[in-house]
Design a protein around this ligand. Sequence first.
Ligand SMILES: C[S@@+](CC[C@H](N)C(=O)[O-])C[C@H]1O[C@@H](n2cnc3c(N)ncnc32)[C@H](O)[C@@H]1O
Length: 323
Amino acid sequence: MVHANYLITFLLSRLDQQKSNLFQIKVHLQRNTCVFDQAYIHPYAFQPIMNLKQALNNKLPSAELDLLVRAYDVVGDIAVIIIPPELFHRKTLIGQTLLDLHKNVKVVAKRSGVYEGQHRTIDLTILAGENRTETIHKEFGVKLLLDLRTIYFSARIGTERKRIADLVAADEKVLVMFSGAAPFPLVIGRHSHPQAITGIEISKIAHAYGKKNLRMNTSNCPIKLINGDVRDVVTKLNETFDRIIMPLPHTAQDFLHLALALLRDKGWLHYYDIKPKDHFQISFKTIQDACNKANRCAVNPQLFFCGHISPKLFRICIDVQIV
Ligand SMILES: C[S@@+](CC[C@H](N)C(=O)[O-])C[C@H]1O[C@@H](n2cnc3c(N)ncnc32)[C@H](O)[C@@H]1O
């Protein structure tokens, strides 16, 4: 066994070298520092900054080049970049350079801050290209119409959605709490054969995009999207599920008691969280505490790394069976 801290460092250095093809590297974490025997990491759907840095090489002084953030996202035909305040005066140049670099990018937008508020939206400012924030993003054969200014969407979680879809067995009933514009239901519906999928989303705008996306795609099973607060909707559902997906990091814990009440015996929970590297076991403890209160038991936990928010902060998923 190797020490957990060492392994996290190892994972990140491998990621830097092989960003595009890194997939499910198995790591072993020391039993006494973490409840998990192994963890997995997925490739990220972000573009390396290197070619942007190269393109700006003769246009910016090296001190300013060093300030460019590590990566930018491409969602459909929109590139979204974070620009530090010290480079704001260069934003038009950076936007235009990014546009020139990618023929398929039609809009470059600057992302300010982090996902905020109940609907997890983000402030975007157009830097170059067409004046719009709506786009069609393709993910594992699914077309998603999205407005990046008014709804939450992260292309970086695409591989994670496919991972979950591949776990879904035939005839399962699946619940996606916090379904947004329905990427989880649609990727699962396309790649697996469940009995039915239900998605619940509080934002009227995200729900409306979800409905449009439902019409734009085919699915192997019925998908029902419900607009409302999970707290209110689940009390009226009157059904149970084989698998519940909870993609609401930071806040999912407030909904665990509801998920546990709806999950069948031996059903699977996918619990998303954001934690520093030494705190992954806290997320599992949160699930265990909720299980204790509900007279249930959490077994077979597995830890998945789904991305990092900052160098020391990870987006994780805990897959756990509830008996
Ligand atoms: C992190 S986003 C995930 C969206 C989608 N699953 C995805 O992968 O793109 C979380 C979503 O949960 C929704 N949300 C937040 N609180 C909610 C609640 N109490 N009930 C239903 N949806 C909620 C937000 O509006 C947001 O769209």
